[in-house]
Design a protein around this ligand. Structure first.
Ligand code: DC
Length: 219
């Protein structure tokens, strides 16, 4: 396995934006592990599978109808040959993903695909909820990004042009589900660099994270 850096944190903490930028600066790959859960959720919603029909959802994990690909700009989800990466960003898809992601069989089924993103000698930035704890516990550098919840909701509301209150309520709900589940809950990995980005610009966040990574890894 090549170098791996993990970035975990709650919803809308800037993990994808920071990962993408850091990958660009290091010349590495990056992957949003949330895209695996969101992709599965999107396909299940398209097929009108209720979120508690776990056997059907597990079966769907292995379906060839959908796949996940890393690109420089995004973690791409393909469904029946179409790029649905924009559609998986919807909050209903995120909430369905959060609701099904506490099932250990589902997590296990998606794990190989996430781990296979670390290949050859190109480094990988992996972001999500359990990247530093479960997916890549051996990662050479671990980061935990967070920010005040109203700040995170404001960022997402601005990005999506939606009302702050409804985004905040959905986000609180999802953070609670992701943090309190028994299997692979969102938590700060041991030895992680914790960064509260509430009052920081994106550029400052990336600079700090890059500095931390370069201290740990000779890149
Ligand atoms: O990071 P995100 O918002 O795209 O993730 C969507 C949901 O997927 C999240 O609320 C919980 C689940 N998820 C997970 O359980 N483990 C991960 N490593 C990434 C995401």
């Amino acid at each position: 396995m090549g170098w791996v850096v993990t970035i975990d944190g709650p919803a809308a903490s800037g993990k994808s934006t920071v990962s993408r930028e850091l990958a660009k600066r290091l010349g590495w790959h990056w992957v949003s592990t949330g895209a695996f859960y969101r992709g599965l959720a999107y396909v299940a919603l398209q097929k009108k599978i209720p979120f508690d029909d776990i056997p059907k959802i597990i079966e769907l994990c292995y379906s060839k109808e959908w796949s996940v690909e890393m690109t420089d700009s995004k973690t791409k989800v393909l469904f029946q040959g179409n790029d649905v990466s924009e559609l998986i960003g919807r909050e209903d898809v995120g909430n369905y993903a959060s609701l099904i992601s506490h099932h250990s069989e589902i997590r296990k089924a998606l794990l190989d695909g996430q781990r296979s993103c670390s290949m050859g000698n190109v480094g990988l930035i992996a972001e999500g909820r359990d990247c530093g704890t479960i997916v890549f516990p051996q990662a050479q550098a671990k980061i935990y990004l967070t920010a005040h919840e109203t700040h995170r909701a404001a960022r997402r509301a601005a990005e999506e042009g939606q009302a702050h209150e409804s985004i905040l309520a959905a986000q609180k709900n999802r953070d609670e589900q992701d943090s309190n589940r028994k299997t692979a809950p969102l938590q700060v990995p041991e030895s992680a660099y914790v960064l509260d980005t509430t009052h920081m610009s994106l550029d400052d966040v990336v600079k700090k994270v890059e500095f931390f990574v370069r201290e740990k890894i000779p890149v």
